[in-house]
Design a protein around this ligand. Structure first.
Ligand code: HXC
Length: 517
């Protein structure tokens, strides 16, 4: 017996209302501002025809402020799962066109359902945040609802990758759900993220500021470090999600999407011999080296504009997905400071939890000296890098390109911090500190008495460099496993990574370590 026409029509009628969302006028308004609607974002995200929606017929149940008479189609959020490049991915997209995408209890229940589904199915989750925040009419119920989302974000952390797109307002405590996820992508225009807006800041503290200064994509990408990528618009944000997912496993029990070929050979690459100047004081852009090492020059940099003295991101070597961490000699001479330490440590922990091997490229003169650094806690922040590397059990390979001095040598994953393989170039200088600094301390008296102080200092520094600032002393004492020509880097890394694919390393059971935060 076929379903009656009346029942079928009723379903289609209800579907049409819900799919209409905030209506054509609101959609047009968004398009005029160069923005997509919530539903268009999901269309862009998923392979056509693969999206399965949860909760299309959802309705709020608020009885205050005349809300009993008001319908909020989908309750302001579109939720479900679909496929990207043949892999299932869960997602939600807040619909600013419907009650300002404000988060009420049913709205949150839908997001929670997506998060629960993602963890059960072991699939990544993508959230488009575009909301006026807690739905004011639902009072504390909407705060509780946020709590339920936050709680799940934390439970999912380290189990499935969570990616947030900030594509509209993200105000107050609402910013904390994205902040609990792994990667935040923010559109350059039309998106703001803040805890207290300029008006609140002015009335409480008297400080005058602008949204651009505290809540824009630019501010978060370069100053606060709250976001990982700036997107030019919604479509670009989705393209970044796709690219990011192409490097990530679906969950913590899976390998990332390696593209390993049967052929083990990787050619030597003479270009690498040319890229790094021998003079340790001459800067070079480490991203050029990373691209030369990565398969096809394909390197996805993460947090490009924040703490640019360290470079992090994803690529492949011999088909194996890796996380690159490299000092950047062109910025602050590649020193490690508070922000660089936070940035690198979090990335190392992300890679570790999702089984992504780490390749660390070193040219570091030390931690950045400075009163502010000391007073703001460089000890605690720098310790994060030590903690992150020492606790990571994924394959860890370190290439010392030039300088590797002092504590920063250890913080960049020396053998003692658990590196499985340490390779050095002939230009490597591994020492407690640079020649000039060391000579000033060791030969203070001689220098004071010298007729020509500068000439004596140079002579002593040259002696020091010849003795200590080479990789051979370290290789002799097995702190370095091998010294290779730069041209052999790609092939050495590819083989070493392949040899470490089945690495197993167990640690004593514990709830979790106590990383200095
Ligand atoms: C209910 C809301 C809403 C909210 C917006 N709307 N925010 N409804 N609760 N929080 C509704 C508006 O009433 C309007 O409905 C529609 O969404 C569009 O809003 P507009 O103001 O017309 O849009 P616009 O001019 O673009 O301004 C956007 C905005 C502004 C800047 C986001 O709406 C705003 O300031 N909203 C409040 C932000 C806020 O303070 N939220 C609470 C944060 S605290 P109609 O029917 O007219 O279309 C919070 C606590 C979370 O979230 C705690 C977690 C721990």
């Amino acid at each position: 017996m076929a379903i009656s026409k009346a029942l079928a029509d009723e379903l289609e009628r209800r579907r049409a209302i819900a799919l209409e969302g905030g209506g054509a006028a609101k959609a047009e308004d968004r398009h005029a501002k160069g923005r997509m609607t919530a539903r268009e974002r999901l269309d862009e995200l998923y392979t056509k025809g693969t999206f399965q929606e949860f909760g299309l017929h959802a309705q709020h149940k608020t009885r205050h402020f005349g809300m009993e008479k008001k319908s909020i189609p989908t309750d302001g959020v579109i939720a479900g799962s679909g496929f990207i490049d043949g892999r299932p991915v869960a997602a939600f997209s807040q619909d600013f066109g419907v009650a300002g995408g404000s988060l009420g209890e049913i709205h949150a229940k839908k997001i929670c359902h997506v998060l629960d589904h993602a963890v059960k199915a072991g699939i990544p989750v993508v959230g488009f945040n575009d909301s006026g925040g807690a739905r004011i009419q639902e009072g504390v119920g909407s705060l509780s609802a946020y709590g339920q989302v936050f709680y799940r974000n934390v439970q999912l952390s380290g189990v499935v990758p969570q990616i947030s797109v900030i594509a509209g307002p993200c105000a107050g405590g609402a910013a904390y759900s994205p902040a609990l996820t792994d990667f935040l992508i923010m559109t350059r225009e039309n998106a703001q993220m803040f805890i207290c807006g300029p008006e609140v800041i002015r009335s409480v503290t008297g400080q005058v500021t602008t949204m651009d200064e505290i809540g824009s994509a630019q501010a978060h990408a370069s100053v606060s470090g709250n976001i990982h990528f700036i997107a030019e618009d919604d479509a670009h944000a989705v393209a970044i999600v796709h690219r990011l997912l192409s490097f990530l496993p679906s969950n913590n029990m899976m390998d990332p999407p390696h593209k390993i070929e049967a052929d083990l050979s990787v050619e030597e690459d003479p270009t690498l011999d040319e890229l790094v100047p021998e003079d340790p004081k001459m800067p070079f852009d480490c991203r050029v080296v990373i691209r030369q090492i990565a398969d096809g020059g394909d390197f996805m940099e993460v947090m490009e504009s924040f703490a640019a003295n360290i470079v992090i991101g994803f690529g492949r070597i011999g088909g194996i997905v890796v996380g690159f961490v490299s000092n950047q000699p062109t910025v602050k001479a590649g020193t490690l400071d508070i922000d660089a330490s936070d940035k690198a440590a979090r990335f190392v922990r992300f890679c570790n939890v999702f089984n992504i091997p780490l390749v660390t490229l070193v040219d570091v003169p030390g931690f950045l000296p400075g009163v502010n650094e000391e007073r703001r806690g460089i000890i605690r922040h720098g310790a994060k890098m030590l903690f992150a590397y020492a606790s990571a059990t994924v394959p860890k390979i370190t290439v010392i390109m030039r300088k590797a001095y002092g504590g920063a040598y250890l913080a960049m994953c020396s053998q003692d911090m658990g590196a499985d393989r340490v390779l050095a170039w002939p230009t490597a200088e591994i020492a407690v500190m640079g020649a000039e600094g060391a000579v000033n301390i060791l030969y203070r008296k001689e220098l004071k008495e010298a007729e020509d102080r500068a000439a004596k200092a140079k002579e002593l520094a040259d002696e020091y460099r010849a003795e200590f600032a080479t990789p051979y002393l370290s290789a002799g004492e097995l702190f370095v496993h091998d010294i290779i020509q730069p041209r052999q880097t790609r092939s050495s890394l590819a083989l070493t990574l392949r040899g470490l694919m089945s690495k197993r390393e167990t640690r004593p059971p514990k709830k979790h370590g106590n990383i200095p935060l």
